[in-house]
Design a protein around this ligand. Structure first.
Ligand SMILES: CC(C)(COP(=O)(O)OP(=O)(O)OC[C@H]1O[C@@H](n2cnc3c(N)ncnc32)[C@H](O)[C@@H]1OP(=O)(O)O)[C@@H](O)C(=O)NCCC(=O)NCCS
Length: 174
């Protein structure tokens, strides 16, 4: 990929670009108001964007509740999918969670969403159950995935291999 790639915390000025990606990525996209209240009113929420030069090409976020993190959304602009941007976003979320002492991370994914499932499995998430009819828009079940962060060799090996380092966090070495 040509250009400068960086992962930075979400700011209100990026929201229009985030909403554009949200709209083409999900059957029931979040509204601007939902993102604004995540940014300003939810102290448990942490969101990042991936920027190529000065353009937002992906984003992701999570809620951190005590020692658990719940990934709320991850999306990459269709033009940039399959280039490991999603992997970078998850990597940064995991690194942030680790730096805050989080022990476990969870997320829900549609069984039909094979790209996302592949990505999460690659990052060490494992299916641990199903929520029947979780997605009210399509009535699909959700696969619930979990990842334990203690002794996280996957993320340590990955960060060494990719030469990636979080700007505002320090990796915990177990
Ligand atoms: C899921 C998503 C975030 C992945 O982002 P990404 O940057 O493409 O992720 P990666 O490149 O790290 O990995 C994508 C995986 O999907 C696979 N894939 C399958 N079809 C693909 C396609 N049309 N384009 C790109 N990747 C595809 C890739 O091969 C890759 O797996 P592999 O390299 O292990 O074979 C992205 O597809 C997306 O935004 N989807 C819509 C929103 C969404 O479903 N979010 C997740 C909600 S749970």
């Amino acid at each position: 990929m040509i250009g400068q790639l960086k992962y930075v915390p979400l700011r209100a000025e990026y929201l229009d670009q985030v909403l554009e990606i949200e709209r083409v990525s999900f059957p029931t996209p979040w509204s601007k108001q939902s993102f604004l209240s995540e940014l300003h009113d939810n102290s448990m929420a942490y969101y990042i964007v991936c920027m190529l030069d000065e353009k937002v090409i992906g984003y992701g976020g999570m809620w951190i509740i005590l020692d658990e993190a719940h990934i709320t959304n991850v999306a990459v602009h269709p033009e940039h999918r399959g280039k490991r941007i999603g992997q970078g976003i998850i990597f940064y979320l995991i690194s942030k969670a680790l730096s805050l002492g989080v022990c476990r991370m969870t997320l829900e994914v549609r069984p039909s969403n094979l790209s996302a499932i592949k990505l999460y499995q690659r990052m060490g998430f494992q299916a641990a159950g199903r929520r029947k009819g979780y997605y009210t828009d399509t009535k699909e079940d959700a696969i619930i995935m979990w990842k334990t962060l203690i002794c996280d060799n996957i993320i340590r090996d990955f960060s060494e291999k990719e030469g990636m380092e979080c700007p505002d966090t320090k990796m915990k070495s177990n």
